[in-house]
Write a protein that binds this ligand. Sequence first.
Ligand code: HEM
Length: 289
Amino acid sequence: MSKPFRFFLLVLYGVGLGLFVGVLWKALPYYRLDLIERPHSLAHPDFKPGGRIGHALGILGSAMLLLLFLYSARKRELFGLRWGNISRWLDIHIFFGIMGPLYITLHTSLKFNGIVSISYFAMVAVMLSGFFGRYIYMQIPRDEEGHVLSLQMALEREKQLERELRNNFGLSDEVLQQIFMRFPERSGQLQLGLWEMIWLDIVRPFRTHRLKKIIHKEAPELSGRAFSIVISTIKQRNLLMRRRAFSRTAHKIFHYWHVIHKPFAVVMIVFMFIHIVVTLMFGYGLQFR
Ligand code: HEM
């Protein structure tokens, strides 16, 4: 991910979460009131679901939930949408997929009932399952653009990284062999299971510490920026190797994950529209008074 885009995302999350925390801070005393006491509160006209702020949050959250489907359009190149990196579109999908449910939660004023609560809980289920989906998504070898790499292409990329270590940093075959022997990675020929993959990700920071010690010993001439680039190149090469080993399992899990994730999204949208239509027909003022 480029630095400007990372900064852009950081600003988006900063503003998005800032707004969420700000409203929650102001509205919490109101949300804590019993339903029967709420209409007597001075905060009621602002924070009830149809109130000035509550209603605005409902519109904002729903708009975000609709906008996150732009990712599907970009993925399938619908409506001529071909520009931009798919992985970056997914980052925006995730931003809307997190902030939309947070704003909708404030819009409900923590009061869940009626048919629209089906939409609410479907939304929460899709959002939570999204985190697991994102984890599996990351395990599938991809190029910079987010397109899936074949196992052969992933292997070629690994070889290219090894060539870079040799040519750009003068690491000989013997030194590289020593490093790879003392810092082994699961071979791409083997098949990794989900739990093994999760475990390897948990222990990854400790392994990086060990890798640094090995490089200091095997290639003491490396320092500063060169040292950091070598570490990150070896980590990239090992990650690709591990992802190749997990690839078959990851594709299978990802397939089943889609089968669950998408129908929940459809249920959420259908009931959300029913809620909006009913609210418009009968007037939100009447509904939430
Ligand atoms: C209410 C919130 C959300 C809704 C309604 C939603 C909906 C969807 C839908 C319909 C797809 C299928 C896209 C396609 O293949 O065309 C999808 C894919 C995906 N979503 Fe979400 N999502 C939500 C939140 C999240 C969150 C919070 C995350 C991550 C933390 C996430 C991660 C993903 C990932 C990784 C994919 C798979 C991308 C792919 O296969 O190309 N989603 N989501």
